[in-house]
Design a protein around this ligand. Structure first.
Ligand SMILES: Nc1ncnc2c1ncn2[C@@H]1O[C@H](COP(=O)(O)OP(=O)(O)OP(=O)(O)O)[C@@H](O)[C@H]1O
Ligand SMILES: [Mg+2]
Length: 341
């Protein structure tokens, strides 16, 4: 397959193991004439060839982050500050629309949240795949169909039936798998999956995630997996980024994060899942709700409203990033207990 041209001047000098670097990313939505931040000052390194999970409750900014990673935030939203730079593509936040079009769906591929509703209802799945191949100037569009058929079989779908079907002839779960096939079929370098299995029952969910995992390993595919499900994270992800009210509050390798969570929010997310703590009697859900966009504090810690360790400083000062020494485990919290696992 061909590749999107990268002018040397735009090739970035990222470390070998970093596929994508996010710096100072702030995304705002205009609501009632006010610019409200859905993501605030996000710094992130997405590792090459790994699965990075982004976890957080509803409204924490996960889908906004996925869109920003493709420079695809649309009105009333905008990227108000910051840069997103890929090792192989350069800075997507500085690309013109034609370069972005070529990159999206090809080098950078996204399976949207509720992707079971994103097929064109008037065109058969196979024809949509051919359109996708042609829109990216694939030399052999039929090869794309063959690849899609192979992926469909792996996902326990009848390939002939799926390729000749219209959207309404497929169940929600089948459509979601077809969404993942669209995401994989052009062999992207980076795959963004936004809640890819919410329409699937638990058994199909784990089999589809297993397949995504095995394809990811075969292709060394850099994958960002967005989910609100810590169980999915534990099974699949190499690293985890925890978002709360638009801020990264913790980031670590998965095993480290689950065994030694630092931030009170991460601790609460893990404690809510008995099979991760090993002791069902200790399971307790996190009380309260995350703040709406307009209610997110602009100074101090965004989690303080629900934090059991809240202190005065949390009202006035935004916690900086602390790094657990000799690890790539980072967290943002004033509480001295966060330093002890
Ligand atoms: N088009 C929009 N206009 C105004 N506010 C928006 C818009 N899209 C998202 N938001 C707000 O931005 C915040 C982050 O939304 P986002 O969809 O990124 O969250 P999420 O973590 O993906 O949530 P979910 O788990 O429900 O999918 C939320 O407060 C949401 O209400
Ligand atoms: Mg979302």
């Amino acid at each position: 397959m061909g590749s999107v041209a990268v002018e040397p001047a735009q090739a970035s000098a990222l470390d070998r193991d970093v596929a994508c670097r996010v710096r100072g990313l702030t995304v705002t939505y205009k609501v009632d004439n006010r610019e409200l931040s859905a993501l605030r000052d996000v710094d992130l390194d997405i590792r090459q060839g790994q699965i990075t999970a982004v976890i957080g409750e509803s409204g924490s900014g996960k889908s906004t982050l996925a869109l920003a990673l493709m420079n695809a935030v649309s009105k009333p939203g905008r990227i108000a500050a910051g840069k997103v730079t890929y090792r192989d593509l350069g800075e997507v936040t500085a690309m013109d629309s034609e370069r972005l079009r070529r990159a999206r769906g090809r080098s950078l591929s996204m399976v949207f949240q509720a992707s079971q509703n994103s097929l064109n209802p008037l065109t058969r799945v196979g024809a949509q795949l051919l359109d996708l191949a042609r829109s990216h100037d694939m030399r052999d569009p039929r090869a794309v169909l063959r690849e899609a058929a192979a992926l469909a079989e792996r996902m326990s779908l009848d390939a002939d039936r799926v390729l000749t079907s219209y959207q309404h002839q497929l169940s929600g779960g089948m459509r979601q798998r077809v969404g993942i096939i669209f995401g994989l079929v052009l062999k992207p370098q980076v795959l963004l999956l936004d809640e890819p299995t919410t329409a699937l029952d638990v058994l199909s969910q784990s089999s589809v995630l297993e397949i995504v995992r095995s394809i990811q390993r075969e292709r060394q595919l850099t994958t960002v997996l967005i989910t609100h499900d810590m169980g999915v994270v534990a099974e699949l992800a190499d690293r985890v980024v925890v978002l709360y009210a638009g801020r990264v509050v913790e980031e670590a390798p998965t095993t480290e994060l689950i065994r030694h969570p630092r931030h009170p929010y991460t601790r609460a997310l893990i404690q809510a899942i008995p099979r991760l703590t090993g002791d069902p009697s200790l399971a307790r859900p996190l009380e309260g709700q995350p703040p709406s966009l307009a209610a997110i504090p602009t100074t101090g810690c965004v989690f303080r409203g629900r934090c059991p360790h809240r202190m005065e400083v949390c009202e006035t000062s935004t916690p900086g990033i602390s790094q657990v020494s000799d690890t790539d485990h980072r967290y943002a919290c004033h509480w001295e207990g966060a330093a002890n696992d």
